[in-house]
Design a protein around this ligand. Structure first.
Ligand SMILES: Cc1ncc(C[n+]2csc(CCOP(=O)(O)OP(=O)(O)O)c2C)c(N)n1
Length: 345
């Protein structure tokens, strides 16, 4: 990843070039294929440790935002933002080892799913207590502001999470302190089995931005280019020192809440309606129409993605589980603890 450029130099959101468009399609497809393998194959084979939450149908949000981050920026993903991990440099091998609780995974089998993070890659691990990531984003935002390098924190959460008190407190604090944070609400229409109309009384959550004193924008979360340009504007604002933004990405959860949930409470016609707006097919169609890629190149991406997922699964399956005693190592902090020995910049 490159350094953050001067941010006051351009006022219009740039259209992504061919290389970025190709990378977007690649990460969309890689995310979809990897999650499908986890949810529809490995979970059913009993090889996944713990629950499985995927972001099928909402991949454009993570891709359209993380793809434009720089060195030193920080992302705080939600449980459905697989792509943020890939784009920030986690390998599929690491990720699959974590889902399968193998000792080669970042958690060495001590935690599972996407509960992984790495400050050197600018990723804060998912926090299970929904909403808690937003105050943490404020802490990150304060450090980034003090460092004065034009970096931002980008935090993802669902519309259900957006009703939690700590999210409101964090957004208020970020606005007052002009912290460089982008609050991205992945509004996928259901919080577990609760539809939006049973959860909040406004039509669009985006209106809340103004209530905190920050821009609030709604965007089609299934259109990766719309997400890209909306996030780009918010990034530019944050990098310039003008403070946070709130972006509501409208999308749909094309699965149950998790792999054990058949989502029988969701009317079937909603799936049919949103399938027509599939973010991957939309971008693929556009790139073919604009001749950014031809059919053979798209097929090559599909084959490459499948090969990479096959490789990661094989690697994880061949990796050992941790030894019993290892599972406690590094869980409690002692004098060798990394943060006690890390000088504060
Ligand atoms: C504080 C808290 N309450 C409840 C849960 C259990 N839980 C996990 S995901 C989820 C649904 C959250 O909905 P939303 O924020 O809209 O995100 P989505 O799962 O739709 O992406 C719930 C209730 C939790 N992890 N933390």
């Amino acid at each position: 990843m490159a350094q953050a450029p001067s941010t006051k130099s351009h006022t219009k959101a740039p259209v992504p070039g061919a290389q970025t468009l190709e990378r977007m399609l690649y990460y969309l497809k890689l995310t979809r294929e990897a999650e499908a393998r986890i949810e529809q194959v490995l979970y059913r084979q009993g090889k996944i440790v713990g629950g499985v939450y995927v972001g099928r149908g909402q991949e454009a949000i993570g891709v359209g935002s993380a793809i434009q981050l720089f060195d030193g920026d920080v992302v705080l993903p939600s449980h459905r933002d697989f792509s943020s991990f890939l784009i920030r440099g986690f390998s599929l091998r690491e990720i699959f080892c974590n889902w399968m609780a193998r000792s080669n995974g970042p958690c060495h089998g001590r935690d599972n799913t996407l509960h992984i993070g790495d400050m050197s890659r600018g990723v804060i691990p998912i926090i299970s207590h929904l909403g808690d990531t937003c105050p943490v984003a404020c802490g990150v935002g304060m450090v980034l502001k003090w460092r004065k390098r034009g970096n931002v924190a980008l935090v993802h959460f669902g519309e259900g999470t957006s009703s939690r008190g700590d999210v409101h407190e964090a957004m208020n604090m970020a606005a007052v302190m002009k912290l460089p944070i982008i609050f991205i609400c992945n509004n996928n229409s259901y919080a577990y089995s609760t539809p939006t109309e049973k959860q909040y009384a406004v039509k669009d959550l985006a209106v809340r931005g103004a209530a905190y004193g920050m821009p609030g924008v709604k965007v089609d979360g299934n259109d990766v280019l719309a997400v890209y340009s909306t996030v780009e504007k918010a990034l530019r604002r944050a990098r310039s020192g003008d403070g946070p933004s709130f972006i509501e990405c409208k999308t749909f959860r094309m699965t149950g809440h998790s792999a054990h949930d058949a989502a029988e409470y969701v009317p079937r016609e909603l799936f049919a309606k949103w399938k027509k707006k599939d973010p991957i097919l939309r971008l693929e169609k556009l790139l073919l129409a604009k001749k950014v890629l031809n059919k053979k190149q798209v097929d090559d991406v599909d084959a490459d993605v499948k090969k990479q997922v096959d490789d990661a699964v094989a690697f994880a399956e061949a990796s050992p589980f941790p030894e019993g005693a290892d599972t406690l190592e590094g869980v409690y902090c002692d004098d060798g603890c990394w943060w006690k020995n890390t000088p504060v910049e």
